[in-house]
Design a protein around this ligand. Structure first.
Ligand code: HEM
Length: 427
């Protein structure tokens, strides 16, 4: 099955500005037809932020959809701030802003640089590479168990959710008994727009922002305890490096939260997304299985067509113009990664899966000062998982429609029913 894009007229023609805010849209897959109209006719488009799913209306924002403009916004931290209104489409409660701004993700240079330098030290390539053997063994065990449970499995439940979570908890140094806690915390933050995760309401019946201090207190208390444990019993993991370094306690807790969310749900999305694309393109999969196409370019191409992150927000610091459109200081500016990754101005035949695509300047890991700190670790996990699927399954066949997350932030896949075809026995 090829990815297809409908003609612009299918969503109202060039004059109509398609809505790409509604989180429910993404439960049906990336709305490529809408993004195409935006890129071609409204590359910086006004979006309404109407009341939705119990969440109040917001002031609206600019949707940025062309690759060049997305890169410009992400690189120009002086013009488009991560600090002023933080990085989510929905405005945080002003009372929560000082708290949210403690996170490196929601800071601008030069302050951001201090934290980024301190935590980068924990992400040494050597440490990441040392996790390769554990990740491989884990992928193998999960795939073996999945195949034994029957030829048809939900790949998300049987393999990819645990694979992402367990790799991250290993890297962080979270004891095995506490891994379920991390899973429920990320679910709370990421799936808050999804009907499977009903919102927690305050006394007035309004949903409580999952990123507010009240909702995160338990996770922060855990981070403090874990740090104390690592100081007492140091190990070769990220929490030990962070707990014994220069980070202040409050920074360390925030960083634990950032890693728990940024490092789990993204790989949890990328892994089934990549395998779904391979199952849908059997000729390309066969070329990868036979070695005609290399794994490294494949990992990046699969991330291009299935970007785990759908959007990130910035706030304009001054009056400016973007693609000729006047933007006022204080306006919300939101970049859409899947749209940039399918921009015809940069990618030849962007809706074609081309596992050998080079160069491949996709923006799935972002760009500029906040470019993903875990990209190396993420690519390594994905490469190993695909290699192990290749080693153990002759083919993959989708046996039912995937269920996708209702979210305009994470391109999540909640279930993916597949048949894992075994290799014919030798002899
Ligand atoms: C395929 C998987 C992943 C994708 C697609 C992804 C994507 C991204 C993106 C788009 C950003 C930029 C945010 C912005 O522009 O404001 C980011 C930042 C970040 N990512 Fe990832 N990520 C992935 C995996 C990981 C992993 C495994 C970790 C850690 C273990 C991680 C840690 C971080 C951190 C700490 C930041 C913040 C960097 C900063 O603010 O300077 N990510 N990621």
């Amino acid at each position: 099955m090829e990815h297809t894009s409908e003609a612009p007229e299918a969503v109202g023609g060039p004059r109509t500005v398609p809505d790409v805010f509604d989180p429910r849209l993404y439960a049906a897959g990336i709305p490529h037809d809408r993004f195409r109209v935006l890129r071609d006719h409204h590359p910086v488009a006004r979006q309404e932020e109407y009341e939705l799913l119990g969440w109040p209306a917001g002031p609206g924002f600019w949707a940025v959809t062309r690759h060049a403009d997305v890169v410009r916004v992400l690189k120009d931290a002086a013009g488009f701030s991560s600090y002023l209104g933080a990085t989510q489409i929905r405005d945080p409660d002003p009372a929560d802003l000082p708290f949210i701004r403690r996170m490196m993700l929601n800071q601008d240079p030069p302050h951001h640089g201090r934290l980024r330098r301190l935590v980068s030290r924990a992400f040494t390539p050597g440490r990441i590479e040392r996790f390769a053997a554990t990740a491989r063994l884990r992928a193998r065990q999960l795939l073996d168990a999945a195949r034994e449970s029957g030829p048809e499995v939900d790949l998300v439940r049987a393999v990819t959710d645990d694979y992402a979570l367990l790799n991250l908890t290993d890297l962080l140094g979270v004891p095995a008994s506490d891994r379920g806690l991390l899973h429920s915390w990320t679910e709370r933050v990421i799936a808050y727009q999804d009907p499977d995760e009903p919102p927690v309401l305050d006394a007035a019946g309004r949903p409580v922002n999952p990123r507010s201090p009240a909702r995160l207190a338990e996770m922060f208390a855990y981070a403090r305890e874990l740090a104390a444990h690592k100081r007492a019993r140091p190990a070769d993991d990220i929490m030990t490096t962070l707990a014994t370094g220069e980070l202040r306690d409050a920074e360390l807790e925030m960083f634990f939260f950032l890693l728990t969310v940024a490092g789990n749900d993204t790989v949890r999305s990328a892994a089934p997304g990549g395998l779904l694309a391979l199952a849908e393109h059997p000729d390309d999969r066969r070329a990868l299985w036979s070695g005609d196409i290399g794994m490294d370019t494949s990992v990046d191409e699969l991330l291009r067509v299935h970007p785990p992150v759908l959007s990130f927000r910035r706030t304009a610091t001054r009056d400016t113009r973007l693609a000729g459109v006047p933007i006022a200081a204080g306006d919300k500016v939101v970049v859409f990664h899947p749209s940039a990754n399918h921009d015809e101005r940069v990618f030849a035949d962007p809706h074609r899966l081309d596992l050998a695509r080079t160069p491949n300047p996709h923006v799935s890991f972002g760009d500029g000062p906040h470019v993903c700190l875990g990209a190396h670790f993420a690519r390594l996990q994905l490469r190993i998982l695909y290699e192990e699927v290749r080693a153990s399954c002759a083919g993959l066949e989708v046996t039912g429609p995937p269920r996708r997350l209702v979210s305009n932030f994470i391109n999540g896949i909640k279930s993916l029913p597949v048949r894992l075809e075994p290799y014919a026995p030798r002899g």
